[in-house]
Ligand binder design. Structure first.
Ligand code: FAD
Length: 311
């Protein structure tokens, strides 16, 4: 039988690494499972991060994540680059099974599994991430000053992203597969009133062009006629939603209608005693590295208090 750990953390993004740092410094010897194929979380898929405080020159996403990991390891956090594939979080002692079938036991669990942006599923989409293709206007809008860009999506997020991006961009074309938007009226009105925004309805992105490793434009296809046309843009923002990574916890941890973990806000407590959740797996709204790190710190403090209250 494996030893009973005080804290096991699932997820190696800013939330998980920050929770590991805090619980390690609290002498709780955390064990973190950080995925077998995607160690370091979402920021490893981008290049320059300019909005994480403490880096006036900006910092490379993967470097920032390596630094977070090293800082937690320095204080004794143990990292395993593997997936947790099964959990039983309902008892006093939580059971977590890794991909080799080994069962790990813990008094508290911090879930920091993040969420994935929905993708178009087109060739070059991943390769050009951070090189003209983006899923986050707040993160990358600043890089598109005086550029022509395209935003894909018809919901509130797409309207918000397009409206925000026109602070920087010269023009934004919103591409939507249907003839009407899904966004709320107020968001639609705001977008329609913006001179810099134009709309390509009944349209989809047919091709993402790569010009020397940077986005070199897109091809639009009219979904009714099949006719294609080139759109000369240097930015493609994909705003078609995101999926929290919560499949593993369904039926145990309480989720909201969209599959995000419900917490007893402002704490990180879930419906299960000893189980806490932090970062984008909880957060519909802010979805930033710094907010994920912030709630990771809160989850560590909540876990620490929970353990202290039981001793
Ligand atoms: P994530 O970073 O998503 O990390 C979760 C990790 O948990 C992943 O590695 C995942 O594989 C792992 N995991 C999931 N399930 C399991 C399991 N069962 N077992 C083990 N591990 C598991 N934010 C900014 O503030 N500034 C930016 O400039 C910026 N740029 C971005 C650029 C891109 C391309 C993307 C995609 C996001 C960007 N963001 C940016 C957003 C930011 O990356 C996220 O808000 C942040 O990473 C969320 O952190 P997290 O710890 O909640 O989850």
């Amino acid at each position: 039988m494996s030893e009973i750990r005080e804290v096991v953390i699932i997820g190696s993004g800013p939330a998980g690494y920050t929770a590991a740092l805090y619980t390690a410094r609290a002498q709780l010897r955390p064990l973190l499972f950080g995925s077998s194929i995607f160690v370091g979380g979402s920021l490893t898929t981008t290049t320059e991060v300019e909005n994480f405080p403490g880096f006036p020159e900006g910092v490379d996403g993967p470097v920032l994540m390596e630094n977070m990991r090293a800082q937690a390891e320095k204080f004794g956090a143990e990292m395993i680059d593997d997936d947790i594939v099964e959990v039983d979080l309902t008892g006093d002692i939580k059971l977590l099974t890794d991909s080799a079938g080994t069962v790990h036991r813990a008094r508290t669990v911090i879930i920091a599994t993040g969420s994935g942006y929905r993708k178009l599923g087109l060739p070059k989409e991943d390769e050009l991430s951070g090189r003209g293709v983006s899923w986050c206007a707040t993160c990358d809008g600043f890089f598109f000053r005086d550029r022509d860009i395209v935003v894909v999506g018809g919901g509130d997020t797409a309207m918000e992203e397009a409206t925000f991006l026109t602070r920087f961009a010269r023009s934004a074309t919103v591409v939507h597969r249907r003839s009407t938007l899904r966004a709320s009226k107020v968001m639609q009105d705001r977008a329609f009133a913006d001179d810099k925004i134009s709309f390509a309805f009944d349209s989809e992105i047919a091709e993402i062009k790569d010009t020397n490793g940077m986005l070199g434009g897109v091809v639009l296809r009219d979904v009714l006629t099949g006719v294609t046309r080139d759109l000369d843009v240097t930015g493609l923002f994909i705003a078609i939603g995101h999926d929290p990574r919560t499949e593993l916890f369904t039926g145990q941890v309480e989720l909201d209608g969209e599959g995000y973990i419900k917490v007893d806000s402002p704490s990180t407590r879930t419906n299960l005693p000893g189980v806490f959740a932090a970062g984008d797996v909880v957060d519909h709204t802010y979805r930033q590295a710094i907010t994920a790190a912030g709630t990771g710190a809160a989850a560590a403090l909540d876990a620490e208090r929970y353990l202290a209250s039981r001793n």
